[in-house]
Design a protein. Structure first.
Length: 153
């Protein structure tokens, strides 16, 4: 599997992944063999249909399933291999999965920013001081009186 990472901006990355055809073909082959043992095709006993017939009927569908599975697994493997931390789900761009050529695609996503904290010893904290006068207290009492006054008969 071949992986290349491009940094589009500070937080956006584009990953290009190429998976060789032999990985896809071997998985398709395994699934077709398993399917040939259990499939029921008219004119043949269960599990006795010829492999070529199974391949003609179910080959494209199984290849699409395998390509989807390989796409998900290869993307997660590429992200862990490159030590990326995606912030959301990736957006799959160019996608090529022709038979005989393997699988190649690009995924675009944003990564979490890297935050570097200063040592605690270097931090300076300014303490804010507030002077409360009698005028401030009288003003607050008037506000509370106006908020909670009641009319009486």
């Amino acid at each position: 599997m071949q992986v290349t990472v491009e940094a589009n901006s500070k937080l956006e990355r584009t990953v290009t992944v190429a998976v060789p055809e032999d990985k896809i073909a071997s998985e398709v082959e395994n699934r077709l063999r398993n399917l040939s043992r259990t499939s029921r095709i008219q004119g043949f006993r269960p599990g006795k249909a010829p492999y070529k017939l199974i391949q003609q009927r179910f080959g494209q569908q199984i290849r699409q399933e395998v390509v989807g599975m390989v796409l998900q697994s290869s993307l997660s493997e590429a992200i862990t291999r490159e030590s990326l931390r995606p912030a959301g789900s990736p957006e799959i761009g160019k996608f090529d999965a022709e038979q005989g050529k393997g699988l190649s695609y690009t995924a675009k996503f944003e990564v979490l920013p890297e935050i570097q904290l200063k040592p605690v010893e270097e931090l300076k904290i300014e303490r804010t001081v507030c002077d409360i006068t009698d005028k401030d207290i009288d003003k607050m009492i008037d506000i509370l009186r106006n908020q909670h006054f009641e009319f009486q008969d």
